[in-house]
Design a protein. Structure first.
Length: 131
Protein backbone atom coordinates (compact mmCIF):
# COMPACT_ATOMS: atom_id res chain seq x y z
CA UNK A 1 0.00 0.00 0.00
CA UNK A 2 0.98 3.61 -0.42
CA UNK A 3 -0.07 6.57 1.69
CA UNK A 4 0.67 10.29 1.32
CA UNK A 5 -0.25 13.18 3.56
CA UNK A 6 0.39 16.57 2.02
CA UNK A 7 -0.15 20.25 2.76
CA UNK A 8 -0.04 23.25 0.42
CA UNK A 9 -0.57 26.95 1.12
CA UNK A 10 0.35 29.64 -1.39
CA UNK A 11 3.71 28.39 -2.63
CA UNK A 12 4.62 26.51 0.58
CA UNK A 13 4.24 22.74 0.62
CA UNK A 14 5.09 19.74 2.78
CA UNK A 15 4.41 16.04 2.44
CA UNK A 16 4.95 12.75 4.21
CA UNK A 17 4.58 9.44 2.41
CA UNK A 18 4.89 5.80 3.31
CA UNK A 19 4.67 2.77 1.08
CA UNK A 20 5.07 -0.95 1.49
CA UNK A 21 5.03 -3.79 -0.96
CA UNK A 22 5.59 -7.53 -0.77
CA UNK A 23 6.66 -9.30 -3.95
CA UNK A 24 6.52 -13.00 -4.77
CA UNK A 25 8.57 -13.36 -7.97
CA UNK A 26 7.62 -15.82 -10.68
CA UNK A 27 11.32 -16.56 -11.28
CA UNK A 28 12.33 -19.43 -9.02
CA UNK A 29 15.88 -18.16 -8.48
CA UNK A 30 14.69 -14.95 -6.78
CA UNK A 31 13.38 -15.01 -3.20
CA UNK A 32 10.22 -13.33 -1.97
CA UNK A 33 11.00 -9.82 -0.75
CA UNK A 34 9.41 -6.75 0.80
CA UNK A 35 10.18 -3.07 0.35
CA UNK A 36 9.18 -0.14 2.50
CA UNK A 37 9.96 3.56 2.10
CA UNK A 38 9.21 6.60 4.23
CA UNK A 39 9.66 10.12 2.82
CA UNK A 40 9.30 13.68 3.98
CA UNK A 41 9.62 16.70 1.72
CA UNK A 42 9.01 20.41 1.71
CA UNK A 43 9.24 23.50 -0.44
CA UNK A 44 9.65 27.08 0.81
CA UNK A 45 9.48 30.09 -1.52
CA UNK A 46 12.61 32.28 -1.41
CA UNK A 47 11.46 34.82 -4.02
CA UNK A 48 8.52 35.09 -6.40
CA UNK A 49 10.29 32.77 -8.89
CA UNK A 50 12.62 30.63 -6.71
CA UNK A 51 11.99 28.01 -4.00
CA UNK A 52 14.11 25.98 -1.59
CA UNK A 53 13.30 22.25 -1.76
CA UNK A 54 14.28 19.62 0.81
CA UNK A 55 13.56 15.90 1.00
CA UNK A 56 14.64 12.81 2.86
CA UNK A 57 13.75 9.16 2.19
CA UNK A 58 14.52 6.07 4.24
CA UNK A 59 13.96 2.78 2.42
CA UNK A 60 14.22 -0.82 3.55
CA UNK A 61 14.74 -3.93 1.44
CA UNK A 62 13.84 -7.13 3.30
CA UNK A 63 14.54 -10.47 1.63
CA UNK A 64 12.77 -13.71 2.40
CA UNK A 65 14.46 -17.10 2.54
CA UNK A 66 16.48 -17.48 -0.68
CA UNK A 67 16.01 -20.51 -2.90
CA UNK A 68 18.82 -23.04 -2.98
CA UNK A 69 21.76 -21.94 -5.08
CA UNK A 70 21.20 -18.17 -4.78
CA UNK A 71 24.54 -16.44 -4.24
CA UNK A 72 23.83 -12.78 -5.08
CA UNK A 73 24.33 -10.52 -2.07
CA UNK A 74 21.24 -8.47 -3.01
CA UNK A 75 19.01 -11.52 -2.45
CA UNK A 76 20.80 -12.90 0.62
CA UNK A 77 20.94 -9.71 2.72
CA UNK A 78 18.62 -6.94 3.81
CA UNK A 79 19.72 -3.35 3.26
CA UNK A 80 18.66 0.12 4.29
CA UNK A 81 19.12 3.29 2.23
CA UNK A 82 18.83 6.89 3.39
CA UNK A 83 18.72 9.63 0.73
CA UNK A 84 18.61 13.34 1.60
CA UNK A 85 18.48 16.23 -0.87
CA UNK A 86 18.45 20.01 -0.83
CA UNK A 87 18.04 22.20 -3.85
CA UNK A 88 16.35 25.10 -5.53
CA UNK A 89 13.76 25.39 -8.25
CA UNK A 90 13.43 28.36 -10.57
CA UNK A 91 10.19 29.09 -12.37
CA UNK A 92 10.95 29.58 -16.08
CA UNK A 93 7.31 29.80 -17.22
CA UNK A 94 3.97 28.99 -15.57
CA UNK A 95 4.44 25.31 -16.50
CA UNK A 96 8.24 24.91 -16.61
CA UNK A 97 10.73 24.96 -13.75
CA UNK A 98 14.47 24.39 -13.68
CA UNK A 99 15.57 22.40 -10.65
CA UNK A 100 19.05 21.82 -9.27
CA UNK A 101 19.91 19.83 -6.14
CA UNK A 102 22.63 18.17 -4.09
CA UNK A 103 21.95 14.71 -2.66
CA UNK A 104 23.63 12.39 -0.19
CA UNK A 105 22.92 8.63 -0.22
CA UNK A 106 23.95 6.22 2.52
CA UNK A 107 23.31 2.47 2.24
CA UNK A 108 23.81 0.15 5.20
CA UNK A 109 23.81 -3.66 5.12
CA UNK A 110 25.27 -6.71 6.81
CA UNK A 111 26.98 -7.41 3.47
CA UNK A 112 29.91 -5.04 2.94
CA UNK A 113 29.54 -5.22 -0.87
CA UNK A 114 26.06 -3.68 -0.62
CA UNK A 115 27.18 -0.69 1.47
CA UNK A 116 28.03 2.64 -0.13
CA UNK A 117 27.97 6.39 0.29
CA UNK A 118 27.33 8.68 -2.66
CA UNK A 119 27.00 12.39 -3.18
CA UNK A 120 25.71 13.83 -6.43
CA UNK A 121 24.45 16.99 -8.05
CA UNK A 122 21.55 17.01 -10.49
CA UNK A 123 19.77 19.53 -12.64
CA UNK A 124 16.74 19.19 -14.89
CA UNK A 125 13.76 20.96 -16.38
CA UNK A 126 10.28 19.93 -15.20
CA UNK A 127 7.06 20.46 -17.13
CA UNK A 128 3.88 20.36 -15.07
CA UNK A 129 0.28 20.28 -16.25
CA UNK A 130 -2.72 19.88 -13.93
CA UNK A 131 -5.72 18.07 -15.37
Amino acid sequence: GSYTLGWEADQYSAAFSANYGKVTPVIETVPEFSRAAFSISGSIPMTSFMALNVSSTYSIMMNGDPPEGVEEAEWLNDYYTWTSSIGTSFRVTESVTFEVSVSHVERISDAAELEYTRDYVSGFFRYTHHF
